[in-house]
Every structure is written in structure tokens, then in C-alpha cells.
Design a protein around this ligand. Structure first.
Ligand SMILES: *Cc1c(COP(=O)(O)O)cnc(C)c1O
Length: 359
């Protein structure tokens, strides 16, 4: 058996130790004689798995007691709809920072379901730097300010939490648990699991409890945060196996020393890769230094006609899924928590070798 280094943006690589534990527990979960996949979500055993995952997540993130943690489905994309539905019950509009493709998708859904406008955009700088704090001007009737902490496709990451006199709503799909965050600054944080939490199928939502009272009356029950909070995220059958695997990832992250420790490692991994890009005349990343993503590193080759060769040779070297998003072109290396430093070292070595041969 060989496990290659997988740089996919999502579903992304998982810690090998987590997959091994899932394998060992798959047929017979801790002597119960059945798999977690086959268990009632109402059974004591599964309730225990679910509660432990939530408690571990709360501890890792430092979630204050006046916040609910929800385990939903539908991905981060479903939360683009949940945000206006759950926060605009008393009217008003949604205000959005535009820092790239995922922000724009959230904004589009905001406009589809309610009134939404742009508080500030990175369009002026070609989406290479976050909007300046003083440029952030939410509409006067705005009920929340939405932003994306880390644009997974463009590789643009916010270098600070925006200041606004409004509940902040943050899409942290590709950066959650990769760095320390002060949850108390936020009204709502949400993240699809398949980048830094576990397999696809589950979406974690952190909501400050006072915001659970603001849903529009026409909000479908399955999109209603309060309904999920009231029922311990078990309004219907949750994604039980994905929830269990997320719990194994939280355990693993605790064993690595928690978020502060993994952040130090992530910073070292990212610095190695950006330094290699900057030191070469062959590769380029256009993002302003302060806004370079810790987890998603896009780069282009100076000669785009070498892209196919780069991808073929990198795959052959056991470095998988480096192709960039079609809207950006070039390459993208996603280096979430589960990517070992050795994977980044191998990539940097490969890039240097490729440049020597083709540069
Ligand atoms: C992947 C991603 C999404 C979409 O997630 P789904 O779970 O596929 O809906 C949204 N926002 C960001 C920042 C992402 O990285």
C-alpha cells in the first residue's frame, strides 16, 4: 500500500492515523458488534460519539458557552442561503465583502433570497489583496457583514477580522482549525467539513445564541439554525459516519497539540512553499504578502505551455492534484492540517528539480 501526497483543495487529504483508526473500528465499533455506519443516530453509542465530537471541537476552537455548534448537511453552499434566511427575519439587508469566487457565490445567494450589497471589494486590485479596513462600508440597513476568511480558489486570506458594528458572519470552510480564532468576535462561523475537518457530508455552524431568534418565518425547517440547535442537530438522520470521522480528526488534532501547535506547523509549511516560489523566476504567486493563504497556495509557471508536463511529472512523483482551479489556471497546492511537512518538502524539491530541467 502506498499513500501519495494529495494536494487536493477538497475533499482533501485526511490524517493517515485517522483512516487507520476508522479502518480498525469499521466492522466492530469498540465491541458493540456493528459499524458506526449501521447504528441508530438515537442510540446511546452514537449520541456519545456525537457529543464527544462537539465537546472536542468546542475545546479546540475555544467556542464560548453562549454559542451553539450545529452539525448540518448541504455544505457551505447551503449556508449561503441559511445566512439571509436566519438573520433577516426582522428585515434589513445583507452586507458582503467581495474577496473572490466564494464571497461572490455567497453574495449571489444573498441577492437571490433577500437584499444584499457589497461593503467593500478586492476587485480594484485584481483580487490580490484584502480591502482596506476603512474601505469597508456596510449599507445603513445591514443586519450582518459576511466575509470569506480564506478564498480557497484565489488563495487570498484576510489578515484581520473586519471591524463592524454588525454581527460578523464568516465562511471559514478552508481555514477553520488551521489557525487560532477568537470566536467571540463573530456572530456566525460556518465551514464545510471536507477541507480541514473530515470527509464531505457535514457542515459545522457556530452561532451566537442571541442570533437564533432572527429567522424569517418562511425559513424551511431543515435550513433553520434554531431548529437544529433545539434538537442537538438531530432533526432528522444526520451524516453519522462523517460526524464520527470528524470526531476522530478532532482527537488527532488534540494529539498534535491543538490549534496553536498546528498553526505553527502550517506557517512553517506555507513559508517553505512561498519562499521557494519567490526565490525562483520560474514560478509566481500574485497575492500581497499579508494576504497569502496559509492553506491554499496557487502558483503559475512563467511558461504555461509547461503546465501539462508539470502535472504529469508531479503525479508520477506521488504529488497528486496540483492542478489549479480553471478560473485561475496554473497550479494550486492545498496544504491543510493533514498535509505533513514532508509533503511540502517533497513538493518544493520537485519544483526546484523541474525548474532546473525546464527553466
Ligand atoms: C469549498 C468551499 C465552499 C463550498 O463548499 P461545499 O461544502 O462544497 O458547499 C464554500 N466556501 C469556501 C471558502 C470553500 O472553500
Amino acid at each position: 500500500m502506498t499513500r501519495h501526497f494529495n494536494f487536493c483543495s477538497g475533499p482533501a487529504t485526511l490524517p493517515t492515523a485517522v483512516l487507520e483508526r476508522a479502518r480498525d473500528e469499521m466492522l466492530d465499533y469498540q465491541g458493540r458488534g456493528l459499524s458506526v455506519m449501521e447504528m441508530s443516530h438515537r442510540s446511546d453509542t452514537f449520541i456519545d460519539i456525537a457529543e464527544r465530537a462537539e465537546a472536542d471541537f468546542r475545546q479546540l476552537m475555544g467556542v464560548p458557552d453562549n454559542y451553539s455548534v450545529l452539525f448540518m448537511q448541504g455544505g457551505a453552499t447551503q449556508q449561503f442561503a441559511c445566512v439571509p434566511l436566519n438573520l433577516l427575519g426582522a428585515g434589513g439587508s445583507g452586507s458582503y465583502l467581495d474577496t473572490g469566487i466564494w464571497s461572490q457565490k455567497a453574495l449571489k445567494e444573498g441577492r437571490h433570497l433577500a437584499t444584499a450589497s457589497v461593503a467593500a471589494s478586492a476587485e480594484d486590485n485584481g483580487y490580490t489583496a484584502a480591502p482596506a479596513p476603512r474601505a469597508i462600508l456596510p449599507a445603513s440597513d445591514a443586519a450582518y457583514l459576511h466575509y470569506c476568511d480564506n478564498e480557497t480558489i484565489g488563495g487570498l486570506q484576510m489578515d484581520r477580522v473586519p471591524e463592524a458594528d454588525l454581527p460578523l458572519v464568516c465562511d471559514m470552510s478552508s481555514s477553520i482549525l488551521s489557525k487560532s480564532v477568537d470566536v467571540s468576535k463573530f456572530g456566525v462561523i460556518y465551514a464545510g467539513a471536507q477541507k480541514n475537518i473530515g470527509p464531505a457530508g457535514i457542515t459545522v455552524v457556530i452561532v451566537r445564541d442571541d442570533l437564533l431568534e432572527r429567522a424569517r418565518a418562511d425559513t424551511p425547517t431543515m435550513l433553520n439554525w434554531k431548529a437544529f440547535a433545539d434538537e442537538g442537530s438531530m432533526l432528522n438522520t444526520p451524516a453519522t459516519y462523517a460526524w464520527y470521522l470528524a470526531g476522530l480528526v478532532f482527537d488527532w488534532l488534540g494529539e498534535q497539540g491543538g490549534v496553536a501547535a498546528i498553526e505553527r506547523l502550517n506557517r512553517r509549511k506555507a513559508a517553505k512553499l512561498y519562499d521557494a516560489i519567490d526565490a525562483s523566476g520560474f514560478y509566481r504567486n500574485p497575492i500581497a504578502a499579508a494576504n497569502r493563504s496559509l492553506t491554499n497556495v496557487p502558483f503559475v509557471l512563467h511558461d504555461a505551455s509547461l503546465n501539462a508536463t508539470f502535472l504529469e511529472e508531479s503525479e508520477a512523483a506521488g504529488l497528486l492534484t496540483l492542478k489549479g482551479h480553471r478560473s485561475v489556471g496554473g497550479m494550486r497546492a492545498s496544504i491543510y492540517n493533514a498535509m505533513p511537512e514532508e509533503g511540502v518538502d517533497r513538493l518544493v524539491d520537485f519544483m526546484g528539480d523541474f525548474e532546473r530541467r525546464y527553466g
